[in-house]
Design a protein around this ligand. Structure first.
Ligand code: T4K
Length: 416
């Protein structure tokens, strides 16, 4: 697999002094931009062969053979009875929410991609934002229980960055309070929780196969469930409510995955071990390369579980590093490292939530503190070890020169 060929500018020499930083006018460390979320692509020949096949077959969508095979393989690999593929993760969330009969209010974390909240609001269900635990970045379940009202019908837990949320606590709350429990597992394909694969929990879980995800189908998603009746309903819903050739028995929309998307997914599945291997190697390189930098803490994965290591996330403690998260992002962007602030500023600080009742003025202290501290770095199959070492060296240089950086940046406009 091609990894980071020829992107470094200096061919060996790392940046050594503050004047070498591109934010002060030096050439950027990388000739090309390094992105978070560069797609993992499996074997190109296998993909093109599959695309040729589907073109020859003239069966492009509507539950074609590749879609059926993809669904079967995903379900088998996760140990889930039903995998119902979708055109994307957001539609998977919307359809799952609707099929579960959620109405009124649903409790969600704010520290997530905004689609988790929008999927509810789009259906005029109120997302009730709950704060997170600082150690895990996932639901503070004690708070979840306090937020239940007579209008609450469900909870959506998010396995943020593929790190499982507290499944047991949420399952207990949902059972006790007779609520539906859905998991947004958009980041968590291939991850496990206490030895069981994500996908097996709650009433249903949803996946995203967006281009930026660990496993991609260009665009795509899925609902996973062990519940036969729910699976039947979701299959109707995603195909206009058709139960047969021309018999519509239900209100539905179009949530179908195409054959070309499934061809990409099947090809990616064959390279899963390579994808995980590259991500795990990158994660280890970042951990080594960043160790000992004051105030920079990589968010860790539980190595006892299966992980996809798809997100390399740092938490920046400005009091110790002397440099704020946003300054580090500016420094990296200038070097052509397009670090991201996933998921700043928190869904409750985005429109329409930040302006509208009942969210306006909502304060979630832990979410707000952490969304100001995290940044995601490039990883995946398109980045190499040399590039990671250089990114770490840039961060080390920035923190080592924190006072000078701060003083000089007072006069430099931010790059974003
Ligand atoms: N729930 C959660 C927790 C999610 O994170 C998401 C999606 C969903 C639900 C909804 O699933 P989908 O409906 O998307 O299937 C990106 C993705 O668009 C989104 O799928 C993802 N989460 C989110 C975390 O990231 P943006 O706005 O950051 O996308 P964008 O265009 O800035 O691209 C991200 C990076 O990837 C860039 O640095 C460039 C790079 N990139 C992107 C694409 C599309 C490439 O290198 N190649 C590409 O083809 O949202």
């Amino acid at each position: 697999m091609a990894q980071g060929r020829g992107k470094r500018r200096n061919g060996g020499a790392m940046k050594g002094g503050i004047d070498d930083l591109a934010i002060f006018g030096a050439p950027p460390a990388f000739r090309e931009k390094l992105y978070v979320g560069r797609p993992n692509i499996g074997d190109r020949e296998r993909l093109l062969a599959r695309i040729n096949d589907l073109i020859d077959r003239k069966w492009l969508t509507n539950n074609g053979p590749y879609v059926q095979e993809f669904e079967r393989r995903v379900a088998d690999s996760l140990g889930v009875k039903h995998c119902i593929s979708m055109c994307n993760g957001t539609v998977a969330l919307e359809i799952a929410t609707r099929a579960l009969g959620l109405t009124g209010e649903v409790i969600v974390p704010s520290f997530t991609f905004v689609a988790t909240a929008h999927a509810l609001q789009w259906q005029e269900i109120t997302p009730v934002f709950c704060d997170i635990q600082p150690e895990t970045f996932t639901f503070a379940h004690a708070r979840v229980e306090e937020m239940i009202t007579p209008r609450t019908t469900g909870i959506i837990g998010v396995h943020l960055w593929g790190r499982p949320c507290d499944v047991e606590a949420l399952t207990g709350i949902a059972r006790r309070r007779r609520l539906r429990l859905l998991f947004d597992a958009a980041h968590a394909f291939g991850c496990s929780h206490q030895g069981r694969m994500i996908g097996q929990f709650g009433d249903a879980e949803i996946l995203s196969f967006h281009a930026t995800k660990f496993l991609n189908t260009f665009e795509g998603g899925a609902v996973l469930t062990g519940d036969d009746a729910l699976a039947r309903k979701i299959r109707l819903m995603k195909n206009f409510g058709f139960s047969g050739y021309d018999d519509v028995v239900y209100i539905g929309i179009n949530g179908k995955m195409s054959e070309v998307a499934a061809a990409m997914g099947l090809t990616g599945l064959e390279s899963i071990d390579d994808f995980i291997g590259a991500n795990r190697r990158n994660y280890a390189l970042y951990r080594d390369g960043l160790s000992g930098i004051p105030g920079i803490r990589p968010v860790l994965y539980d190595e006892r579980e299966r992980c996809n290591y798809q997100y390399v996330v740092l938490e920046v403690d400005e009091a110790s590093s002397g440099v704020g998260r946003d300054t580090l992002v500016d420094v990296l962007h200038a070097e052509n490292v397009i670090a991201r602030r996933y998921f700043h500023p928190g869904a409750h600080r985005m429109e329409p939530y930040r302006s509208c009742f009942p969210h306006a003025g909502l304060v979630l202290p832990v979410t707000e503190r952490l969304t100001r501290r995290v940044l995601s770095l490039p990883t995946g199959t398109s980045i190499g070890a040399d590039e990671i070492r250089e990114i770490c060296a840039i961060l080390r240089l920035a923190v080592a020169n924190a006072p000078g950086l701060g003083a000089r940046l007072g006069a430099v406009p931010p790059s974003r």
